[in-house]
Design a protein around this ligand. Structure first.
Ligand code: TRP
Ligand code: ZN
Length: 313
């Protein structure tokens, strides 16, 4: 859903008008190309969450590593990507005696020496369906990938999307992926963007403070919306970007908060309830489709798409 128009498109329109009003020399100096990121439909993101909830409900109430609900979640996401023209790969690993799976989706085209990668963990804990943690990131990354296909986006860089297994067991899937990359292939990843918990019911707007260029891209988007952000500090390194960062790959990401309580100052700028956790259902059976703040999910899904487009053109 569109909330407001951030910088680039407006700037380009202004430049285009300026070019029309001035000399041909000025017109020749007009910008070559601006690929505006699409507005991501929060209704589509929520439809994916409804499917992930149904999968959990049909599989003992969770989508955890080693349980049937995890593989069913992966099959759901993979089918959408295959139908949209992605090249998908399922990477298997073993953790705690069970087979785990990462799903990798490559969008054909772009310079494969410059890969912009976005990812989220698709597993839940065993105690609940994991809709905010991390259906939210998984559904938003899926919808951004589907938007790439719908718009037939042809960026300069190569786009790759990932859904990680066994994050809840210690970021096992993403560690396996990073460790399995050759040194040459690691060097080709220009950035990894991570989305873990982006629809918390009492949300904060947190941006990872890692690579400055990626951080700035996200902050610019929120500035355009008039929404204040803070640096993510609730257990830095507690998600799948950690092993990318250790391998020297620039990382960034978004987060709306887990079990930490919102302060009065945070409630003053973001609304919501001070003294209450950002997500009171964190790692609990109540992390259902009812445990999502639609505004936060919408803003973060749009910010995700904005960053994918901006960092890949
Ligand atoms: N990754 C954690 C989980 O899945 C949640 C979490 C805690 C987190 N702190 C974070 C995610 C900081 C991103 C950034 O349970
Ligand atoms: Zn979790």
């Amino acid at each position: 859903m569109k909330l407001s128009v951030p910088g680039r498109a407006t700037g380009a329109a202004t430049l285009a008008i300026a070019a029309l009003l001035t000399t041909s020399a000025m017109a020749d100096a007009a910008p070559a190309r601006v690929a505006a990121a699409p507005d991501i439909s929060v209704a589509n993101v929520k439809a994916h969450l409804t499917q992930l909830q149904s999968i959990a409900t049909a599989n003992g109430g969770n989508r955890a590593h080693g349980r049937t609900g995890y593989k069913a979640s992966l099959d759901y996401v993979k089918a959408k990507l295959d139908a949209a023209g992605f090249t998908t790969t399922v990477q298997q690993f073993t953790s705690s005696g069970s087979t785990g799976y990462n799903l990798i989706a490559d969008w054909p085209g772009g310079d494969t020496n410059q890969v912009v990668m976005s990812g989220s963990h698709l597993d839940s804990v065993t105690s609940g369906p994991g809709i905010n943690d991390n259906g939210s990131g998984s559904a938003a990354v899926l919808e951004a990938a589907l938007a790439v296909s719908r718009t037939q986006y042809a960026p300069t860089k190569h786009l790759r999307f990932a859904w990680w297994g066994a994050e809840e067991l210690g970021m096992v899937g993403s560690r396996y992926y990073v460790n399995s990359l050759s040194t040459a292939n690691r060097a080709k990843i220009s950035g990894y963007l991570n989305f873990d918990m982006i629809g918390s019911p009492n949300p904060g707007y947190f941006v990872y403070d890692d690579d400055p260029a990626i951080e700035k891209t996200f902050k610019d988007y929120f500035t355009g919306l008039g929404v204040a952000t803070e640096i993510e500090t609730e257990g830095d390194g507690r998600s799948d970007h950690a092993y990318f960062k250790s391998a020297g790959i620039p990382v960034g990401g978004l987060f709306t908060g887990a079990s930490t309580r919102k302060t009065a100052a945070q409630a003053a700028k973001w609304g919501g309830t001070s003294g209450q956790a950002f997500d009171r259902c964190y790692h609990s059976s109540c992390d259902t489709t009812a445990n999502i703040n639609d505004t936060a999910l919408n803003r973060n899904s749009d910010a995700l798409a904005y960053a994918v487009w901006e960092l890949s053109e």
